[in-house]
Write a protein that binds this ligand. Structure first.
Ligand SMILES: [Zn+2]
Length: 379
């Protein structure tokens, strides 16, 4: 999911997907139309609709604080975090790799809900202190709603269902007790599918019985939980099957490369090997900097043959540069490789390119391990 970059906090990129705007608008209507009239009935129309968007943005800020708590804890444990994206159903922290011990993962999972509870309790406490001195009216209503919503959010997030934080907590505890990461992931994923089904059922009942459109929200959330739980289990299964296979075992060493500055014309006439569709672009020091794909070149609307190849190449993201001893499972969880478009550059200690891994290599490795035959090339 790609969003619009907003700002950076503690070195972490914060982005907003367009659907976060839908959430902000819906929350504004919820606050202005229902919450404020109920909690502060004597507030007039204009004031109510002026503060409602402020409350909605305040809520998004507390969601961000929840996600930041996960990210900062992960960073402290050595897990690289690329960015946080706010979207329709909350926030997502994009992790490069998964912690390989359950205790670390448990700390990361608990940091988010703990922050939401701290925000909720803190706001309620501040309200209680201030209320004894002044009448808070409208502000009190919005802050009270923010506090309550954060506590509800934390409790919901702690339900033992993947991909919720509670699902990770359940997985980590089973993992710690049994040492069986795959079984733990499968139990947590089952929780996610059950909760998803329950939410879909409740949502439909709300729409049909209560004739309330708000049920659609629950149906969406349920569908999301079910598909995310299934995806998480698939990733855990692949991790289990690939075991300790490293990038070195499946990479293509000494790949065909393009030197930055080469023209598209020269690149196309340089005797490209027929079985390759994506090529790394390297600089004069041998450092990989970009990826050029034949598919993309063929689809480029106004391809200039005298243009430099890097002007039509895509920049190589940091997650797509790895060392040869990286476990393949890390690649599966951190890099989305589209066939014919992307590759992972394998680099040595001096960041020079020594090999590449393509989407086909990864899919083949997963299939071979699922079939119980050696993952690595027999060469
Ligand atoms: Zn969380």
């Amino acid at each position: 999911m790609r969003g619009i970059p907003l700002f950076r906090i503690a070195g972490i990129r914060i982005e907003a997907h367009w659907s976060a705007l839908v959430t902000a608008v819906l929350l504004t209507f919820l606050l202005g139309g229902a919450v404020i009239p109920q909690l502060a009935p004597d507030v007039d129309h204009v004031q109510r609709w002026l503060i409602a968007p402020v409350g909605a943005i305040g809520f998004l800020a507390t969601l961000l604080a929840h996600e930041l708590a996960h990210s900062v804890t992960a960073r402290r444990s050595g897990v690289h975090i690329d960015r946080i994206t706010l979207w329709l159903l909350g926030g997502v922290s994009e992790m490069h790799d998964e912690p390989d011990d359950p205790r670390t993962d448990l700390r990361i999972a608990l940091a988010g809900p703990a922050t939401s509870i701290a925000i909720g309790v803190g706001l309620f406490a501040a309200l209680a202190v201030l209320r004894s001195n002044v009448s808070l009216g409208l502000t009190g209503a919005v802050v009270g709603w923010l506090a309550g919503t954060n506590i509800v959010l934390a409790v919901f997030n702690l339900l033992p269902a993947m991909p919720l934080d509670g699902g990770r907590v359940l997985r980590d505890i089973v993992w710690m007790r049994t040492g069986d990461q795959l079984r733990a992931a499968s139990i947590a994923a089952r929780g996610g599918r059950y909760l998803g089904a329950a939410l879909i059922g409740l949502g439909i009942a709300e729409v049909v019985v209560l004739a309330s459109a708000a049920g659609i929200w629950l149906v969406l959330l349920g569908l999301f939980l079910r598909s995310a739980a299934t995806a998480d289990l698939a990733a855990a299964t692949a991790r289990h099957q690939l075991g300790s296979t490293t990038v070195a075992e499946i990479m293509t060493a000494h790949p065909f490369t393009v030197l930055a500055g080469t023209s598209v014309e020269d690149f196309l006439r340089s005797g490209l090997p027929t079985w390759h569709r994506v090529f790394p672009v390297i600089d004069a020091n041998g450092h990989p900097i970009a990826v050029v794909s034949l598919l993309e070149l063929a689809r480029a609307p106004r391809l200039r043959r005298d243009a430099r190849v890097e002007s039509v190449a895509r920049e190589l993201p940091a997650a797509a540069k790895v060392t040869a001893d990286t476990p393949l499972t890390n690649l599966l969880s951190s890099v989305l490789l589209r066939p014919g478009l992307d590759l992972v550059a394998v680099v040595d200690d001096a960041h020079r390119l020594i090999g590449v891994v393509t989407a086909t290599d990864l899919v083949t490795a997963s299939a071979r391990s699922a079939l119980g035959i050696p993952v690595a090339h027999a060469s």
